[in-house]
Design a protein around this ligand. Structure first.
Ligand SMILES: C[S@@+](CC[C@H](N)C(=O)[O-])C[C@H]1O[C@@H](n2cnc3c(N)ncnc32)[C@H](O)[C@@H]1O
Length: 180
């Protein structure tokens, strides 16, 4: 099943740890979110999704993980929800170890001027921020639409981040590292 290899590759590259506090931007129907939640033992994942119908599907997919506390979902638009609202889902005020998005074009198609500050405010010192792209497999041909690395680098630099890129087959993962 292509999604197995795809999401395992993304989770490996991002170094998802069992205790991580994770924020997913745009989890849609929760396929990527459920995969990361499956790696958590003691950690938690919060998803911020603007589509109510997609969020409903994510809630159904992750019903068990919502009950056991591993998954929290917020209906909202990244760039409009406040960091305080997102961080409130962690209960103890500690920030996120990992923020990521899979196939969300927010940071690609525009400057996302209000989304970058949200990420900064939600990340713990030393936390990781990854943008992942691609629908195929780590072995298959590179056929999915993806941002040009140079474009992402320009957008990231404007927001005060540098880029480190990893690619395999149809998949691209970009780590955004705060500059200075
Ligand atoms: C292509 S889907 C990917 C879903 C999921 N990450 C996956 O890989 O299965 C992109 C999702 O990002 C959501 N999205 C796009 N921009 C958003 C924003 N600014 N705030 C919240 N959600 C957003 C869309 O509603 C959609 O559900």
């Amino acid at each position: 099943m292509p999604d197995d290899a795809r999401f395992e590759w993304f989770a490996d590259v991002m170094g998802v740890g069992a205790e991580d506090r994770v924020l997913e931007l745009g989890p849609g129907a929760g396929v990527s979110l459920a995969r990361v939640a499956g790696r958590l033992r003691g950690g938690r994942i919060v998803g911020v999704e603007r589509s109510a119908s997609a969020l409903g599907r994510a809630a159904a997919r992750c019903a068990g993980e919502i009950v056991d506390g591993r998954v929290r979902l917020i209906e909202g638009t990244v760039g409009e929800v406040s960091a305080a609202e997102v961080l409130a889902e962690l209960d103890d005020g500690v920030r996120f170890d990992l923020v990521f998005a899979v196939n969300v074009n927010l940071f690609w198609t525009g400057p996302a001027v209000r989304a970058w500050p949200l990420v900064r405010e939600c990340l713990s010192p030393g936390g990781r921020f990854w943008l992942c792209y691609g629908y195929g497999s780590p072995e298959g041909p590179a056929s999915s639409p993806k941002p040009e690395t140079a474009l992402l680098e320009r957008r990231a630099a404007t927001a005060g981040f540098g880029c480190r890129t990893q690619a395999a087959g149809d998949l691209l993962a970009v780590e955004l590292v705060p500059l200075g």
